[in-house]
Design a protein around this ligand. Structure first.
Ligand SMILES: Nc1nc2c(c(=O)[nH]1)N[C@H]1C(S)=C(S)[C@@H](COP(=O)(O)OP(=O)(O)OC[C@H]3O[C@@H](n4cnc5c(=O)[nH]c(N)nc54)[C@H](O)[C@@H]3O)O[C@H]1N2
Ligand SMILES: Nc1nc2c(c(=O)[nH]1)N[C@H]1C(S)=C(S)[C@@H](COP(=O)(O)OP(=O)(O)OC[C@H]3O[C@@H](n4cnc5c(=O)[nH]c(N)nc54)[C@H](O)[C@@H]3O)O[C@H]1N2
Ligand code: SF4
Ligand SMILES: [Mo]
Length: 831
């Protein structure tokens, strides 16, 4: 495919980085469609990793110290060490505070930072602790602004100056603007760094320019959760502090959430809950790291979650164990629904109505003292109506134990026992994860599992709930407090507004100019190509229709290979930034000098603003922005001293927020249209999806396709990597250097596939080659590989050659399609 002529990292270039001189030589970093692996490691050649308990576990001292006695050496080292803090704001749910040890201008070790008010919470993982080697590796970093000189994708770049880069980019933006209007210039920030300046600078610039930004959650595959949550709770997030399970849950159901790898800071509370006697049930097609701490692993067919929850709902209702009081008072269960058009019956002032048995007539739902039934059939002014619960009960009745078993692959007896233990646990808490939403019509699983909790009466109850996200992030209002915690007004003032478009439509915007023509894209904090569905479609159709592609990234990525300009961004140890993670605020100052000529995203946008006459909106340096944000008027910042806070990397808000584990919906107030927990969604009537139901996976239910490609393939988030960011971490090469393809012996044997064989995984869209990992830890008929690994790490290709972006009419109607990354069928053979 992409033939290498000269490699940036080939042995003849080994003594000097090709990016070091301005000799205008093309830089090749592509070999056979893969980024070439480095052949040597420069920069810091040594590393000390300090364990979570604070002890040094590995390391060797710098040369000068080697001549000293060990004790003197340690003393000298510690005297010379300065400490600096960073927020690990990669998109890993933990967002840990990191304490960096800096010596002679280099980061030499990282350990967990202390968390005021929550000494139990300090956390950092091997990824972040060893990452300093990748950060300080000049051969992996983008060191200078680079301009493409070969074909797109050829990987041929030359070094240019910042001035030239920004001048030319500004010129090309203005060209696209003059052809199609300012919205043709788009700024795509994904999730690569969630700190405020890194994440928001480019999209803020888009607003100032009148450009386009993207509502990224759809294409990213995390939007099913938001849709499902919003339908039932009215808000897209809502969770119990994990300490609540530790203290109050008798059963904890971890549903499609591999938190032992993906939310490491929370695992300790789950383990302690189990030690206290709570039963841990884990639902996943895969025996993941989290399954190892569970009492029970329930393997489930991917996309089967809504069916399992409906089967349990049905069993609970059939056994008359549902919480009628909760359903009547706090859910939509008692609200009357018209038989004729499926809308809620409205009374005077558009009031939702319930049936008053005593008076024998319909009354507004908020009438005091009415005990509204959730069953029955009534006539109101000639209109036949039923309480919404009847619709749920009838829909759930189709999910008998036998049918549920067929749809989920879970044996009848397991479903029945699980339903019984769940309803008897009083309470049981459910923690939902992203694995539940990676099939077509992804919102169904979240809304259905949450509805199971509502039927059980566990919503808003300590130790209960059906939570998405979770952990500690919560806001606890202080009585009488009105001042905002942050002064964001100036940052929010952008003159114009950005044109925000659903990310599910990005391919068609580039190719068909529908609904907006896109001609220029600036990617930052995004490895777009590696992390979005259907990579062939992006390479062959989307990118060729964009006239200018800019990538700002600290590292060379697969996406950067297709860029016209690659700009060196700073890493999280090299910039000023702020991360609001209530009850804490992380304040980050540079621990080391930026490598090469790298600049922060804010600095880049400030330079670009100067070129296009928008400098009035970018008057501050990054440090000045960060200093301007904490609001001393707010009680959250009482006693705050910026410089003191920066010294310890953070500020803990003194507003009593650590006192007890917070839970959501305790007040039974929901921001849904009805103000109640809402399993009956009026806006979905036209899709016949007003109440939760199971919609089967798209490709698996296509029998012709399934005959050709019989295995359902899923990708999951892995302990080795936060998305694409740690696979090229030299220190972790001793653990794993490539993604592995998990396959059950029942599927491997007939295909002659043995553990370690190189295999070809393919469907009509493309193929990838990886090594087989034959294991009973995955259900027969299902295969899995870690997401995030880039083409240079597979034997050949990339997992996104297999995936697809198929728009779902129901999801587009409600908000936007969620990438169904796991809704794909494949076949495998020995390569
Ligand atoms: N098949 C499949 N695809 C998936 C998923 C899956 O499970 N399966 N998961 C999806 C999910 S949930 C998500 S959230 C997305 C994540 O997708 P991305 O957000 O693209 O993933 P990352 O690799 O974390 O980050 C992108 C880039 O940000 C860069 N970066 C880091 N810090 C900075 C900075 O300060 N400035 C700049 N300019 N760049 C920086 C990193 O070097 C990296 O190249 O992927 C989605 N894609
Ligand atoms: N180490 C690490 N941590 C991370 C990330 C990372 O990349 N690396 N990414 C962060 C981000 S942005 C996200 S979105 C989260 C994602 O983290 P999680 O919520 O844990 O999501 P996944 O890893 O995608 O899937 C979780 C589990 O669901 C299983 N699964 C797949 N399909 C199904 C299904 O249909 N039903 C059920 N019940 N289970 C299924 C998978 O096998 C997997 O073990 O992690 C965050 N934390
Ligand atoms: S990668 Fe995740 S768990 Fe590791 S230090 Fe960063 S935020 Fe914490
Ligand atoms: Mo995500």
């Amino acid at each position: 495919m992409f033939k290498r002529e000269r490699s940036a990292f080939s042995s003849n270039a080994a003594s000097v980085s090709p990016f070091e001189s301005l000799d205008r030589n093309p830089v090749e970093f592509v070999e056979d469609g893969k980024l070439t692996r480095r052949t040597f490691i420069k920069g810091v050649g040594w590393i000390t990793v300090v364990s979570a308990l604070g002890g040094a576990v590995a390391g060797c001292a710098p040369k000068a110290d080697e001549e000293l006695e060990p004790s003197e050496s340690a003393q000298a080292a510690s005297d010379a060490t300065e400490y600096s803090y960073a927020c690990c704001s990669y998109n890993c749910t933990s967002r840990c505070l990191l304490k960096g040890h800096v010596r002679d201008g280099k980061l030499v070790a990282v350990e967990p930072g202390e968390m005021p008010g929550r000494p139990d919470y300090a956390n950092a993982c091997l990824r972040a602790m060893s990452y300093i080697e990748r950060i300080q590796n000049e051969d992996l970093r983008v060191m200078y602004p680079m301009k493409r000189i070969g074909e797109r994708g050829s990987g041929e770049f030359e070094r240019i100056s910042w001035d030239q880069a920004i001048d030319e980019i500004a010129e090309r933006m203005e060209e696209s603007k003059s052809k199609y209007g300012s919205t043709a210039c788009s700024f795509y920030s994904f999730t690569g760094n969630q700190s405020k300046l890194a994440m928001q600078s480019a999209t803020r610039f888009a607003a100032c320019y009148g450009g386009t930004t993207w509502d990224i959650e759809g294409i990213m595959g995390d939007h099913g959760a938001s849709m499902g949550m919003k339908m039932v709770y009215g808000v897209i997030r809502g969770a119990h502090d994990t300490r609540d399970y530790e203290e109050n849950s008798n059963m904890i159901v971890i549903w499609g959430r591999n938190l032992a790898d993906t939310h490491t800071s929370e695992l300790r509370y789950i383990v302690r809950a189990r030690e206290r006697g709570a039963k841990i049930v884990y639902i996943d097609p895969r025996f993941s790291s989290t399954a190892t701490i569970a009492d029970q692993w329930i393997p489930i067919k991917p996309g089967g979650d809504s069916a399992l929850a409906l089967g349990m709902i049905n069993w609970i209702i059939q056994n008359d164990l549902h919480d009628k009081e909760f359903l009547s008072k706090h859910s939509c269960g008692s609200l009357l629904v018209r038989d004729d058009d499926g809308t809620y019956l409205r009374g005077e002032g558009d009031a939702y109505m319930v049936w008053d048995v005593v008076q024998g007539k319909a009354m507004p739902a908020d009438t005091e003292g009415v005990e509204a039934p959730i069953e029955g059939s009534f006539e109101v002014d000639g209109v036949a109506c039923k309480p919404a619960f009847v619709h749920l009960r009838e829909a759930a009745a189709e999910y008998t134990l036998e049918r549920t078993s067929e749809l989920t692959g879970v044996p009848v007896g397991v479903i029945e026992t699980f339903a019984q233990e769940y309803i008897e646990a009083k309470p049981a808490g459910i923690r939902m994860g992203q694995g539940m939403q990676r099939t077509f019509n992804s919102y169904q699983s979240f809304r259905t599992v949450a509805t199971l909790a509502a039927v059980a009466g566990y919503v808003g109850v300590r130790g209960g709930g059906a939570s998405h996200a979770g952990g500690t992030k919560a806001n606890k209002p202080v009585p009488g407090e009105t001042a905002p915690e942050f002064n964001y007004d100036e940052w929010a003032e952008t003159g114009q507004k950005a044109n925000m478009v659903k990310s599910s439509l990005i391919y068609q915007c580039a190719v068909n100019h529908d609904p907006v023509p896109i001609d220029f894209i600036w990617f930052n904090v995004s490895n777009f190509l590696n992390q979005s569905p259907d990579a062939h479609r992006i390479i062959d159709e989307v990118f060729p229709n964009i006239s200018t592609i800019v990538v700002a990234d600290p590292w060379w990525t697969w996406t950067a290979k297709y860029a016209d300009y690659v700009l060196p961004a700073t890493s999280l140890w090299e910039y000023w930034d702020l991360y609001d993670r209530a009850p804490w605020v992380f304040l980050v100052k540079p621990a080391i000098d930026p490598l090469g000529e790298s600049k922060s995203d804010c600095e880049m946008m400030t330079m670009l603003a100067e070129r296009v006459g928008l400098e009035e909106y970018w008057p501050k340096t990054p440090e000045e922005w960060v200093r301007s944000w904490p609001n001393p008027e707010s009680s959250a910042f009482e006693g705050f001293d910026f410089d003191e806070a920066v010294k310890v990397g953070m500020w803990g808000m003194p507003t009593g927020i650590y006192d007890e584990p917070l839970i959501v919906f305790e007040d039974q107030v929901y921001q849904t249209p009805t103000g109640r927990f809402e399993f009956y969604t009026e806006s979905m009537v036209e899709f016949d999806e007003q109440v939760p139901k199971h919609t089967p996976a798209l490709e698996a239910s296509d029998s012709e396709l399934a005959a050709k490609y019989p295995l359902m393939h899923l990708t999951y988030h892995d302990r080795m990597n936060v998305h694409t960011q740690h696979c090229d971490n030299p220190s972790l090469d001793v653990v794993q250097t490539e993604p592995l393809f998990h396959i059950n012996p029942i599927d491997a044997e007939p295909r002659g596939i043995k553990h370690g064989d190189t295999i070809r995984i393919f469907n009509d869209r493309g193929e990838v080659k990886m090594k087989a990992f034959v294991t009973e830890g995955i259900m027969p008929g299902v295969t899995a590989a870690q997401a995030g690994w880039t083409p240079e790490h597979t034997v050949e290709g990339n997992h996104q050659f297999l995936s697809h972006l198929t728009l779902s009419p129901a999801e587009e109607h409600y908000s936007q399609t969620n990438s169904a990354f796991n809704d794909i069928m494949v076949e495998v053979e020995k390569a």
